[in-house]
Write a protein that binds this ligand. Sequence first.
Ligand code: AMP
Length: 209
Amino acid sequence: MGASARLLRAVIMGAPGSGKGTVSSRITKHFALKHLSSGDLLRDNMLRGTEIGVLAKTFIDQGKLIPDGVMTRLALHELKNLTQYSWLLDGFPRTLPQAEALDGAYQIDTVINLNVPFEVIKQRLTARWIHPASGRVYNIEFNPPKAVGIDDLTGEPLIQRDDDKPETVVKRLKAYEVQTQPVLEYYRATRMRAYVLWPGRKSGAMRGG
Ligand code: AMP
């Protein structure tokens, strides 16, 4: 994208496990946007054992949100590397203070909300098992391993990510609802361009802005 082209600043919202990652990657491929996922950013810091990563792990393992100050600094720092690109933010902002901090730094054009029933998400997330060494993901319902609890290729045991365990999932969904509702209201009033409803529910598009 040339320097004079208008840059798009977009946010995608949706509970953990709503399919944000999948939908985001389709949008970013199709429209050539940079994709910044706060969850991926945190997991990358955890893998590299950075100070933020060590701190983030203690919150993520308990199904809690990372404190706003830490999360906002991390996200805004990352966005500084993307100033000449259009981007789609996935997972950030999750709270009103984060949304306000983002508004202080950039003009957000578009907000997409994925509205998926919590029961559907819970079923989906707790069905996910991974092979930690390769990152291979299985789903008990849609993509089960050949033998229960065993990786197809290596024969090694599969594990459930701490934040995919049922008790953690329920905490994450509750935290999402409590923390994110004000953000949705905040955006809905001004910038929510599309309101995507899940198949099986009555659907419709809401245009605003
Ligand atoms: P995700 O992959 O988006 O589900 O993120 C995984 C976990 O990272 C979440 O359950 C939170 O603990 C943490 N996290 C991700 N994004 C944020 C954010 N914007 N604010 C606070 N915590 C976050």
